[in-house]
Design a protein around this ligand. Structure first.
Ligand SMILES: [Zn+2]
Length: 292
């Protein structure tokens, strides 16, 4: 009897040791949306399972989870968000205490909107569309995960630094190319590329606002059409996850090209095998074609 119970204890101990020494598959990290998922996963690698809170194909700006879906965040060891109003749902204190906000330490830019005839200053949440911000966001993941799991600190650091090198290489390509751009105006429907424009000295002209629900008034629209003519703009960009109809009708009216940029807010069937870096490379080619 004693022998059997000893054996039983040995098995329990060895299972315990085994599950500690390999990946912590029981510990789930939840990321609010696709860009947050991608940047988090690059750093934590196979040490944690990372889930995306916003379902595939859903615009994160418009995502409203049910209370029971929010309650499931209690099971995660860490909830990672962008912040700056990108996630609109309310979280309770317990979840707030295990939230990592990737916009911490990043310089924000503001956008001026006219709303009910008043100019409203609004923070632009699309920080990840700047590669140098994305590096800072990965550094934030590295700092926090190294506190949670210090035994794998070297592994997280290696992941962070390896990705930093890749991000910096694409950043240099953008910079080199856009230094010699023929036009500095990037015309978009959804105002998501402020940080990218800021990084490389471009000026964003957008038809809709920061949130995908904003729609321009007829006066705003005719003002934008004038700007497009005055500045000799050749391409208007719509985006994945959104209807192209609006950009198409403007481009047809003004006889200019209609392109598609990716805000990397979520994947679609068409981009299901892409990731943050391949989509930033795709945007690079589109912008280069339109402006250079
Ligand atoms: Zn957006």
């Amino acid at each position: 009897m004693k022998k059997i119970s000893m054996l039983f204890i040995m098995i329990i101990i060895s299972i315990g040791l085994f599950s500690c020494s390999t990946s912590r598959t029981n510990d789930v990290i939840v990321a609010s949306s696709f860009p947050i998922y991608d940047l988090t996963k690059r750093v934590v690698g196979d040490k944690y399972e990372v889930e995306t809170f916003t379902p595939a194909g859903v615009e994160p700006h418009e995502f409203e989870p049910t209370p029971s879906k929010v309650a499931k965040l209690h099971d995660a060891i860490l909830y990672v968000e962008n912040g700056l109003g990108f996630e609109k749902y309310e979280l309770d204190e317990e979840i707030k205490n295990k939230t990592l906000t990737l916009s911490d330490g990043i310089d924000v830019i503001y956008s001026n909107h006219s709303h009910d005839d008043k100019i409203v200053k609004e923070v632009d949440p699309h920080i990840w569309l700047s590669l140098s911000n994305a590096i800072k966001m990965m550094e934030n993941v590295y700092n926090r995960i190294s506190l949670i799991d210090p035994s794998n600190e070297a592994y997280y650091k290696r992941n962070y630094l390896n990705n930093k090198v890749l991000f910096e290489a694409l950043d240099s390509k953008y910079e080199e190319t856009l230094k010699n751009a023929k036009s500095t105006y990037l015309t978009t429907t959804h105002e998501a590329f402020g940080y990218l424009c800021h990084e490389y000295g471009l000026i964003q002209i957008s038809i809709m606002g920061i949130s995908t629900e904003d729609k321009p008034t007829p006066q705003q629209l005719s003002l934008i059409q004038e700007q497009i003519k005055d500045k000799g703009i050749t391409t208007i960009f719509s985006e994945e996850l959104q209807s192209e109809d609006f950009a198409k009708s403007v481009s047809e009216t003004l006889n200019i090209k209609c392109g598609v940029l990716n805000t990397i807010e979520g994947l679609t069937d068409k981009t299901s095998s892409d990731d943050y870096l391949t989509l930033m490379a795709y945007n690079y080619l589109q912008i280069m074609e339109a402006l250079c």
